[in-house]
Design a protein around this ligand. Structure first.
Ligand code: GDP
Ligand code: MG
Length: 245
């Protein structure tokens, strides 16, 4: 029986970094029908995603960096910090379970996330990975604003598809300004997604051993949104991935 059970046993291959990407299952339907969230973006939905990210950062593994956009979350781990001896079935199921549990509590109904483990050979791949997800967030965010602006103006879904077919980024921005929607003025998490990272917080406190004031360092979570050109993404990732971090 053990042989059967171990037949799908896989571990993360040789690499410097591992990303775990989680994605909400059927969230198009969930956000539309069951939970009636504002479209294209909803502060309550985003708050539940943020709570989920914060939980994942402290749920037992050393996560170097977290990024979220729409219904997805990417967690970056150093290979040596990857728990469960890098067994992908454990990583994928446990992290999906942790995210599903906390998000369900936040929104008050059962939801599921999937999770995939992605090995990345070196730091340059990590920069590329987060820029890729950031580009996806920007493209989808802009398209979603255009789509729902046209729907709010009374167009049927098929008419919106025709109106938006083949539009470039600049044409989409133009379309929004025709309807007095200032895309640049929308909250940054909607346009680029956002990062959650650990920051060292140094404070002066009483050292119980010496009974003297002394600096103490603790790790606190900090949310950041990348700039429009993705510069922050490279800087942040390189910073997080540096050997001293
Ligand atoms: N209403 C609403 N929907 C959102 C929000 N964030 C993400 N979504 C939806 O979540 C879905 C995520 O896409 P995808 O993972 O491809 O779809 P899925 O397979 O149905 O989960 C999209 O349909 C988004 O519109 C939000 O803030 N408000
Ligand atoms: Mg999804």
């Amino acid at each position: 029986m053990r042989q059967h059970e171990l037949s799908l046993n896989e571990t993360v291959p040789e690499c410097d970094w591992v990303v775990l990407r989680l994605d909400g299952r059927g969230f198009t339907k969930l956000t539309k029908e069951a939970l009636d969230f504002a479209r294209p973006f909803d502060e309550r939905f985003h708050a539940a995603m943020q709570k989920t990210c914060e939980h994942l950062m402290i749920c037992g593994a050393k996560i170097s960096l977290c990024y979220t956009q729409s219904d997805e979350i990417s967690l970056l781990l150093k290979n040596e910090d990857t728990p469960f001896s890098g067994k992908t079935r454990k990583l994928n199921s446990v992290f999906a379970g942790e995210a599903s549990g906390i998000f369900s509590l936040e929104v008050g109904r059962p939801v599921a996330f999937d999770c995939r483990a992605i090995p990345l050979a070196q730091t340059a791949d990590v920069v590329d990975y987060f820029r890729w997800r950031g580009e996806d967030a920007k493209r989808n965010g802009l398209t979603a604003f255009c789509y729902w602006t046209l729907r709010a103006a009374g167009f049927e879904p098929a008419e919106v598809d025709v109106r938006m077919y083949g539009l470039s980024k600049d044409q989409k921005l133009e379309l929004l300004s025709e309807y007095d929607v200032d895309f640049a003025a929308q909250p940054q998490w909607m346009r680029t997604g956002s990062f959650l990272r650990w920051r060292s917080d140094v404070r002066v406190g009483l050292d119980p051993r010496t009974k003297r004031q002394a600096p103490t360092t603790r790790q606190v979570l900090e949310w950041l949104a990348p700039g429009p050109e993705g510069q922050l993404i490279s800087n942040l990732v390189v910073d997080v991935c540096s050997p001293e971090s």
